[in-house]
Design a protein around this ligand. Structure first.
Ligand SMILES: [Zn+2]
Length: 258
């Protein structure tokens, strides 16, 4: 680490020590961990996806049921971006920590499936995932592979192989409840961890934004790694404002060096 500033070396050391001292570590990730993979934070203004239509007009459950063709047309650029994205060094570093027993669960607000594609286990997709689709008529679930490729190539609306009904990606749209079982697990794991690493999220989307509070209530410590300030920074042991794809591999390397 000869080329790093003293401040950076110190903060990497602090974060690594917290991880080594803890017994049950949970990561909570948001859009910022996927931006180095080329996925824009599609909730943020200026990313292009929300500029043509208001999200409520197309990305709500009512809109989907009323006009699924329009929804799939609107989703196409995002689906193409997600389909071509690959896990980045931050996703891979978390997998290394997890494989070595330093990280238990990853709770993610992202729908891109990149944690799982990087090889992570025990991932809780609290906002759903593009990895599966469900028929709105018979509720049969299908893996996205093949179906999404077909949609991306031809921009056709995917239909159920069994009943011909329309398939909906298992992402949480406006007006939809979070997936109950996944959410309960996320809440439970937040309440029993002794360290939560918050990565790439400004904690502005409820109810995920309150998971760190559950962790604090249990006496857990927090590390925040995010470009922007979050409401929980004042309660964190370590706050890091660095590029996640650069800093997380360095922290993981320090943990794994013994
Ligand atoms: Zn069906």
């Amino acid at each position: 680490m000869a080329n790093l500033s003293k401040a950076k070396v110190k903060i990497i050391h602090q974060a690594a020590n917290l991880i080594k001292e803890s017994h049950h570590v949970v990561a909570l990730t948001g859009a910022g961990i996927s931006t180095p993979s080329g996925i824009p934070d599609f909730r943020s203004p200026g990313s292009g996806l929300w500029t043509r239509y208001s999200p409520m007009e197309v990305a709500s459950l009512t809109a989907f049921r009323y006009d699924p063709e329009h929804f799939y047309e609107w989703l196409h650029p995002l689906a193409l971006t997600l389909f071509n994205a690959r896990p980045n060094p931050a996703h891979l570093a978390l997998v290394k920590l997890q494989s070595a027993g330093y990280l238990a669960t990853i709770i993610t607000q992202n729908i891109d499936g990149l944690h799982t594609r990087a090889g992570a286990k025990d991932v809780l997709d609290v906002h759903g995932t593009m990895s599966t689709l469900t028929c709105i008529d018979c509720f049969k679930q299908f893996p996205a592979e093949g179906i999404l490729q077909e949609y991306i190539s031809h921009c056709t609306t995917p239909h159920c192989r069994d009943c011909g009904g329309i398939l909906k990606p298992d992402v949480i749209l406006y007006e939809e409840q979070l997936p109950v079982k996944t959410w309960i697990k996320a809440e439970e794991t937040s309440r029993k961890c002794d360290l939560m690493i918050i990565i790439g999220t400004s904690l502005e989307v409820m109810p995920s934004a309150k998971l760190p509070v559950f962790a604090l209530e249990h006496g857990a410590r927090l590390i925040v790694i995010n470009r922007f300030e979050t409401y929980i920074d004042v309660r964190a042991e370590v706050v890091i404002r660095e590029d996640v794809a650069d800093i997380i591999p360095k922290i993981a390397a320090e943990v794994l060096s013994g």
